[in-house]
Ligand binder design. Structure first.
Ligand SMILES: Cc1cc2nc3c(=O)[nH]c(=O)nc-3n(C[C@H](O)[C@H](O)[C@H](O)COP(=O)(O)OP(=O)(O)OC[C@H]3O[C@@H](n4cnc5c(N)ncnc54)[C@H](O)[C@@H]3O)c2cc1C
Length: 311
């Protein structure tokens, strides 16, 4: 219950223009500004530098140029070009070739067909440079269309793409079966959005139980699944299931967010597991940042201290 209230509260705050202006002014201003805990920086160079640090400690990464819900096709085109540039820059840098993106960033809410064209432009460039592209999952009004588009590009032979399923959604077991049958790579998460009871479990215990069930389905029948969580109980369950099924660490990976549970990331790596860190960067970091606060209201304390210090 408290989880849902907190998500709702921060979702509402995320819509505040004043807060966004204030946060954007101070959040990444200095090397130690408050948003830097979760955001690698505004530029691709800063993201690449963060990726190099992760790789030096044996971790891998996926880079996410933040942005979502663009309102015009011109913005969608701009975001697509920006991603094409990111692909070139990553390819030149020599870091691992793996990116994450959101379909509403490519214009999904403006014109579906054009957003698919934009995605194909990115997948083409990604294929040329041997990138993997993860299509993030947004809130439930977009679940169907995101999975449809994933299947469409898969059938068009773009095999360098994968998708995300959220354990909070009641529908996810059926979606996992469909993705597994096609061989599409899935990242499993709990879900970052406030969702209605009709479509989603509201209690943490239910979301966690569903996560464990889906994790087992994906590990047993899926293609190189990513178990994306910072929850030690979920990680223990995944490790136990992998051991029971005789799955070696090359068959799956753990994923965590930049700046969250670095200790756990390092520990899993030291124990021989693959760990990929999601590295968000870019100027449009505010909604992502607010979702991270909503997940853990204790984070608000360090933000307030950071703002007070930086002003
Ligand atoms: C790699 C990756 C990609 C993701 N992609 C998507 C996506 O495409 N769509 C989507 O809806 N969601 C996505 N998420 C977010 C996800 O849905 C959850 O909201 C988020 O991971 C928190 O859930 P949890 O599994 O860590 O468990 P929780 O039960 O929420 O947290 C477990 C523990 O993790 C730590 N923790 C969790 N969140 C925070 C935080 N913000 N700050 C500090 N500590 C924290 C705390 O120690 C907490 O006790 C992604 C998450 C990861 C790791």
């Amino acid at each position: 219950m408290i989880d849902q209230v907190s998500k709702l509260f921060f979702h509402a705050l995320a819509g505040s223009h004043t807060l966004k202006t204030l946060a954007s002014r101070y959040g990444l201003r200095r090397r130690d500004s408050f948003a830097r805990r979760f955001i690698a920086g505004e530029t691709v160079d800063e993201a690449i530098a963060a990726a190099r640090e992760l790789e030096a400690s044996g971790l891998t990464e996926t880079l996410d140029l933040l942005g979502e819900s663009v309102a015009t096709m011109a913005e969608a085109d701009q975001a697509t070009r920006a991603y094409l540039d990111v692909i070139e820059r990553i390819a030149l840098s020599g870091i691992e070739r793996n990116i994450s993106l959101k379909l509403t960033q490519l214009g999904l809410t403006v014109d579906r067909a054009t957003s698919v064209d934009n995605l194909r432009r990115i997948l083409e460039a990604a294929a040329t440079h041997e990138f993997f592209v993860r299509i993030d999952m947004e809130n439930s009004p977009y679940t169907d269309v995101t999975l449809d588009i994933m299947e469409t590009v898969w059938r068009l032979d773009y095999r360098n793409a994968g998708v995300v399923l959220q354990s909070c959604l009641r529908r996810s077991p059926a979606d996992a079966r469909r993705m597994n049958a096609l061989g599409i790579r899935v990242r499993l998460v709990k879900g970052a959005y406030k969702e209605p009871r009709r479509v989603a479990y509201q209690r943490k215990t239910e979301v966690d139980a569903a996560f464990v069930d889906l994790m087992k389905m994906l590990l047993a029948e899926g293609t190189y699944p990513a178990i994306a969580t910072h929850d030690p109980a979920m990680i223990v369950a995944a490790r136990a299931f992998a051991t029971k099924e005789g799955l070696t660490p090359e068959r799956f990976e753990f994923q965590m967010l930049y700046g969250i549970r670095r200790d756990l990331q390092a520990q899993l790596r030291a124990e021989g597991f693959r760990v990929r860190v999601y590295v968000p960067f870019g100027r449009e970091w505010f909604p992502y940042f607010m979702r991270r606060l909503g997940e853990r209201p204790a984070n608000v304390g360090f933000v307030i201290r950071g703002i007070a210090r930086d002003r």
